[in-house]
Design a protein around this ligand. Structure first.
Ligand code: FCB
Length: 423
């Protein structure tokens, strides 16, 4: 089957401030990138795609492809350059950008935290600091006050599980720590920050339509040998520690061991949609990440496994029912070899799963223009629009034209499939 309908699913693209804007050298990532070895190709986010200057061009391009909704982040370091001191100029910039999005009929979904800290927050210990939650809430309050009349949909925190494990357990993101207790503290504090931000955003916007979520990175963890009890136990342990405990805490305020419930947090419902970032599966025979032998891989060695999108969505929805927003899905494909097929296959899963009652409501392709991919730098290409870093020139890729046709038709028609997919 190649055709599918996507009625009822809003189709968009997702980005993050630090990965696209450029020009901001006061973030944790700009500092982290200064140390040789931290970023695979030695690049820095200070270049990125130059979106801070080219936001009009990017918004026009998005509109020309028919993009219906745009998930993007704000750069905290620009908005609050010193603790408690906010920049009117930076707020005005984002207001102009969001206004143009809305004028073009593109629905904004604003991410408040996407791996990015101002230098001042990082140097005081970021989400390990005892006051991290009130400090984050001061920022959230200001953003909602300044931009709230333009935005109904909010994503508090992106991938708390990746931020915590990559930064504090594997040491490959700032601050480069390798400590399980620190990882758990950061996860706990991020969940605390989300819950209180959820309540704050709703309180500030009382009476106005508002939906608040967070975006969790969900993987399928399959035992390499299902008959091997060690593989099974390791798969289950990783699933629980990497994604289940923290998602449960953020959705419900229930903190299970090894997380600990912060004082003042009660059990409740702290999400209006399930925000899922899905990329791949882990094939488990030991601690750590591996791909299934023989699997088709993307350019970063991640297994291409579209069925996993339905599996993680069902897994999460069974536990925490809500409309499902695929807040990120995409792939590193530097030569545009398989992205169209990848996008098609994941959209087909969304369509088929919806038909069985799984309430997929939104799908955000990661990403729009090729961007700066954290510790991997400028090499991996995730965009449906190609970037020439030297000239900053943008060129829509075949997958971008495919996506535009799908959006216009409300699904994949036989004609679209024939035009864009090989055999
Ligand atoms: C996710 C991140 C996003 C991007 C994609 C490829 O983990 O949220 O910023 O790096 O991976």
């Amino acid at each position: 089957m190649t055709e599918c309908r996507l009625d009822g699913v809003l189709l968009g693209v997702a980005t993050a401030a630090t990965q696209i804007e450029g020009g901001c050298d006061t973030t944790n990532w700009a500092d982290w990138a200064k140390t040789p070895g931290h970023i695979a190709d030695g690049t820095t986010p200070v270049r990125a795609t130059g979106h801070w200057e080219r936001w009009r061009e990017d918004t026009e391009l998005m509109a020309s492809l028919g993009i219906q909704t745009y998930r993007f982040g704000v750069e905290w370091a620009r908005l609050e350059p010193q603790p408690g001191v906010f920049s009117d100029e930076a707020f005005a910039h984002y207001r102009d950008e969001i206004t143009l999005l809305r004028d073009k009929g593109i629905r904004p979904l604003l991410t408040l935290h996407h791996f990015n800290n101002p230098r001042w927050f990082e140097s005081m210990g970021a989400f390990e600091h005892p006051d991290c939650v009130p400090i984050f809430l001061r920022f959230v309050e200001r953003v909602v006050t300044e931009l709230g009349d333009l935005v109904e949909d909010w994503c508090t925190i992106n991938e708390p599980n990746v931020y915590a494990t990559f930064g504090y357990l594997y040491g490959v993101f700032p601050p480069g720590a390798k400590s399980l207790p620190r990882t758990l503290r950061v996860m706990t504090n991020l969940a605390h920050a989300h819950i209180t931000a959820y309540e704050l955003i709703h309180a500030l916007r009382a009476g106005k339509p508002t939906r608040v979520t967070f975006a969790v990175h969900l993987r399928v963890f399959d035992p390499a040998n299902p008959a091997n009890p060690v593989h099974r136990a390791l798969a289950r342990a990783q699933e629980f520690l990497f994604q289940e405990a923290v998602t449960e805490a953020m959705c419900t305020g229930r903190f299970r061991m090894p997380l600990r419930r912060p004082a003042g947090i009660r059990e409740g419902r702290y999400y209006d949609a399930l925000g899922i970032n899905y990329y791949s599966r882990s094939w488990v025979s030991k601690i750590g990440d591996a791909a299934r032998p023989g699997a088709e891989l993307n350019d970063l060695g991640w297994e291409i496994y579209p069925e996993g999108l339905e599996r993680v969505a069902r897994w999460a929805h069974d536990r925490w029912p809500a409309p499902i927003w695929v807040t990120e899905n995409g792939t590193a494909d530097n030569t545009e070899r398989f992205r169209t097929q990848f996008l098609h296959d994941h959209l087909e899963i969304v369509s088929a799963a919806r038909a069985t009652g799984l309430p997929f409501e939104r799908f955000y392709h990661w990403c729009f223009v090729d961007n700066w991919e954290w510790a991997e730098g400028e090499v991996p290409r995730f965009g449906i629009v190609a970037l020439d870093y030297a000239t900053q020139e943008r060129t829509v890729k075949p997958s971008g034209r495919f996506y535009a046709d799908v959006i216009a038709a409300g699904g994949v028609t036989a004609e679209i499939a024939a035009r864009h997919l090989s055999s």
